[in-house]
Design a protein. Structure first.
Length: 161
């Protein structure tokens, strides 16, 4: 690989700028837009209500990932949304959707690195995009599935007069 220091610096700056811009844009989107799943965030049958992720031992390693929920003013750290009432759980579900979409959007930048990188470094940027974002997406989908399982019986009980 014959990549110059300037090219690698440009790559690092591009990831940092894009990640910050997408994170900020995601932070600014009204919560109401995350009240329902989209075609991207909807549960898939193969996930088996999040149980498929348990095979990846997500519960063991998910706390090792950073929580950037408080990077921007007014943001919320997911670890602090621990209320057990329906409203708190629903808010956390919404935040998992927001975070998942942000990570997909950040990873989507990878093909643009082909504009200025040699092929091997472009591949390295794609690998980085996967390694840096897919674990975060997996955690969001795992947490959301667990929360939705928790919410179903609670919402029914709290709706009963």
């Amino acid at each position: 690989m014959n990549a110059s220091v300037a090219t690698i610096g440009l790559d690092a700056a591009a990831w940092a700028a894009w990640g910050t811009a997408v994170g900020y844009a995601g932070h600014r989107v009204p919560r109401t837009l995350f009240a329902r799943d989209t075609s991207v965030t909807r549960p898939r049958a193969w996930e088996r209500d999040g149980r498929r992720y348990e095979q990846l031992r997500v519960r063991r390693w998910k706390r090792l990932l950073p929580d950037a929920g408080t990077v921007f003013r007014g943001g919320v750290a997911k670890r602090h949304l621990v209320g057990r009432d329906v409203g708190s759980l629903q808010r956390l579900v919404e935040e998992t959707r927001r975070a998942e979409l942000v990570h997909w959007a950040v990873a989507a930048l990878a093909p643009l690195f082909a504009l200025w990188n040699p092929a091997p470094l472009t591949v390295a940027m794609a690998v980085y995009a996967v390694l840096a974002n897919v674990p975060c997406v997996v955690v969001q989908r795992y947490n959301r599935a667990r929360l939705l399982r928790m919410l179903t019986p609670r919402a029914a009980v709290e709706a009963t007069p």
